[in-house]
Design a protein around this ligand. Structure first.
Ligand SMILES: Cc1c2[nH]c(c1CCC(=O)O)Cc1[nH]c(c(CCC(=O)O)c1C)Cc1[nH]c(c(CCC(=O)O)c1C)Cc1[nH]c(c(C)c1CCC(=O)O)C2
Length: 355
């Protein structure tokens, strides 16, 4: 029996058999960090591909039984210490009135993006328990089906990243049109992001009530902003969301590429996700002693031989330290990763104890 795994459960962990993730978020002493992987439920799993061939993307997202099955796959197959609900950040723009398509091989596309005051009139603040009830139903079913095996993570996109898709209308390496929108029509950009923020606060609180033990806010594109522009266009909304949601459940903020804002994000009281572009010791010095950090294995390293993955994963824990730390990737796992390699990463973290 690993001493750090709570088998008796307690009130704050709602009778979880493995609550390492929650312990790490509370800053408790652990003998190894918890591990999960961003985008762990996805195309690198053959079991996911079977369901992907049968049902289109939003059918998968909107059917609680399918969500539950997909969410549990990485728990069963690679043995991660947490489940993250299968959904997408783009269900929020959808609920706010924008059409979102997920096209085979092309990623998301929004045929009628926001470019003007008139476009903004098409955006509504939804009743999340109505428009997104399927997410809450899926969380409740998944929480029940997990039967306390591991904690369940809910999530949402941060306002700047959602603006990127709502304005650009599709994925982009630069999101230049979305950034220009912020710089040339700042009042409109702020109005849109405030609407997203208000929706996201209600959405994440509803997720917590429906069964999410923790929620993660993904600001996947904030790293495209300068430090000053991050402070103007991303940080104010992250702060509002963390302040409103944190009384309900722990929050992890992952603002990819925004290493310069780690101190500001840590100041919100949230745990902070980091990518591989900052040395762990520097991330720790920005975050301070008491903030839980998460990350930061480069997913491309999962193509290395399993023995090398293990060495690299152990080096990562050596650098971050075991306390106040959640082992994860620095961004989502990609479809080309062999399942055995994903498992080698997870096993390496679990074996750290014995090292
Ligand atoms: C930017 C972003 C999106 N969605 C998400 C983000 C933030 C995280 C990040 O930065 O990677 C978040 C997301 N999307 C998905 C999850 C599920 C939970 C998980 O396992 O982490 C999560 C947390 C499922 C998904 N969302 C999507 C898939 C692939 C759909 C498929 O083809 O089966 C999955 C499993 C589709 C999606 N959705 C999005 C894109 C760009 C794409 C296409 C690219 C891709 O295929 O990976 C938008």
């Amino acid at each position: 029996m690993i001493p750090s795994v709570n088998t008796t459960g307690n009130a704050t962990s709602s009778n979880l058999k493995n609550d390492l993730l929650l312990q790490a978020l509370r800053g408790e002493q652990l003998s190894r960090p918890p591990v999960w992987m961003m985008r762990q439920a996805g195309r690198y799993l053959p079991e996911y591909m079977v369901l992907r061939r049968k049902y289109d993307f939003f059918t998968r997202c909107q059917t609680p039984e399918l969500v539950c099955e997909i969410t549990l796959q990485p728990v069963d197959i690679v043995g991660v210490d947490a489940a993250i609900i299968f959904s997408d950040i783009l269900v929020v723009p959808q609920a706010m009135g924008l059409e979102v398509l997920m096209e085979e091989g092309k990623g998301p596309s929004l045929p009628a993006p926001i470019k003007s005051v008139d476009d903004l009139k098409r955006i509504v603040k939804p009743d999340v328990n109505d428009q997104l009830h399927y997410v809450m139903d899926a969380l409740t079913l998944t929480k029940k089906t997990l039967d306390g095996r591991v904690p369940l993570i809910g999530f949402a996109g941060a306002p700047f990243t959602l603006l990127c898709y709502m304005v650009q209308g599709k994925g982009s390496k630069t999101f230049d049109e979305a950034k220009s929108f912020c710089f040339t029509q700042p009042a409109l950009a702020h109005q849109l992001m405030q609407m997203i923020t208000d929706t996201t606060i209600e959405y994440l609180i509803a997720q917590s009530k429906a069964g999410a033990d923790v929620v993660q806010l993904f600001d996947s594109w904030s790293g495209l902003l300068s430090p000053a522009d991050f402070e103007a266009f991303a940080l104010p909304y992250i702060k509002q969301i963390v302040a409103a949601v944190q009384p309900h459940c722990p929050v992890i903020v992952f603002a990819k590429g925004s290493w310069y804002a780690i101190e500001a994000m840590a100041a919100t009281g949230a745990a902070v996700g980091v990518d591989w572009c900052i040395p762990p010791a520097m991330a720790r010095s920005f975050a301070g002693k008491h903030t839980t950090l998460q990350g930061s294995f480069d997913p491309a390293k999962l193509m290395m031989a399993p023995a090398d993955i293990k060495k690299e994963a152990h080096k990562m824990i050596d650098a971050f330290g075991v306390q106040h730390y959640i082992a994860n990737l620095g961004h989502g796992i990609t479809p080309n990763i062999p399942v055995d390699h994903a498992r080698a990463f997870v096993d390496a973290i679990k074996e750290y104890n014995a090292k």
